[in-house]
Design a protein around this ligand. Structure first.
Ligand SMILES: *[C@@H]1O[C@H](CO)[C@@H](O)[C@H](O)[C@H]1NC(C)=O
Length: 250
């Protein structure tokens, strides 16, 4: 049941565009009952929700403006009051700014943990919930290391470590909440084109050379993997999505 997206109610953070929006479409195509997209960008969020409604049906998409670092309480209370329960949370929102270390960790790590825990509290089966699935979007650099962008790599390792422990089979058996991670490789999004590192020009140059050797995939490759992972992954596992290839457990 938990691995069939049909009739499920899904929340996606950072859902207005990129990987988040593509995942919204994928889940609706596969029969999700409702996809709620959250985003800090109100204009894009509303426009994206309208696109989803006209493509998949009026009642099947909603948008809430949300800063995931400050709006956890009001937004989750509104959603749970209105819809009763949520089956799937996709923690996809991120910011890209190596110059703002604390803010980036707050968005990319702290908020991912806080939102996962809130969803867990509301869905755990031992407290009367229906169970559910959390999908955390990390990165290939959540399990691989190179010499570029240490803050990025450290933060994504944190997300994978958290996912493996929070979703551990021990906990899954007790609580019935599945937690998994997806690790995209080089993917063309608005954020990926904005990537700036805080390093010497010579390192910056080597980094740019390295980027040229990457095979870039489109967001649809990642949302395909996310759907596969939803349908197949055991709790506590992490999956790579790179070079437009099928999901691979890591
Ligand atoms: C935060 O997450 C976004 C989206 O995955 C990414 O583009 C950005 O580089 C990340 N930054 C860090 C420091 O993890």
């Amino acid at each position: 049941m938990e691995r069939n997206i049909e009739k499920k109610q899904v929340v996606i953070t950072g859902g207005a565009q990129g990987i988040g929006f593509s995942t919204a479409e994928k889940f609706l195509e596969k029969g999700a009952r409702l996809v709620i997209i959250l985003d800090i960008d109100e204009k894009q969020g509303q426009a994206s929700a309208e696109t989803l409604k006209s493509k998949y049906g009026e009642g099947r998409a909603e948008f809430y403006k949300c800063d995931i670092t400050s709006d956890l309480d009001p937004v989750t209370n509104t959603i749970f009051d209105k819809h009763g329960f949520i089956d799937v949370l996709v923690n996809n929102a991120g910011i890209c700014n190596e110059y703002m270390l604390r803010k980036t960790i707050e968005v990319n790590v702290t908020a991912v943990m806080e939102w996962s825990i809130r969803f867990f509290d509301r869905t755990r089966k031992d407290k009367g919930g229906n169970g559910g699935t959390v999908i955390n979007i990390a990165s290939q650099y959540g399990f691989r290391v190179d010499q570029f962008m240490p803050i990025y790599q450290g933060s994504k390792f944190a997300v994978i470590g958290f996912t493996r422990s929070f979703g551990h089979s021990y906990r899954y058996k007790k609580y019935g909440v599945r937690v998994v991670a997806v690790c995209p490789g080089a993917t063309r999004t608005k954020l990926s084109t904005k990537t700036k590192m805080n390093d010497d020009p010579s390192v910056q140059k080597d980094f740019e050379e390295m980027l040229k050797t990457e095979t870039w995939q489109e967001v649809e490759a990642v949302s395909n993997v996310i759907a596969y992972v939803f349908e197949n992954a055991d709790s506590g596992t992490a999956w790579l999505s790179e070079d437009s290839k099928p999901a691979k457990e890591v």
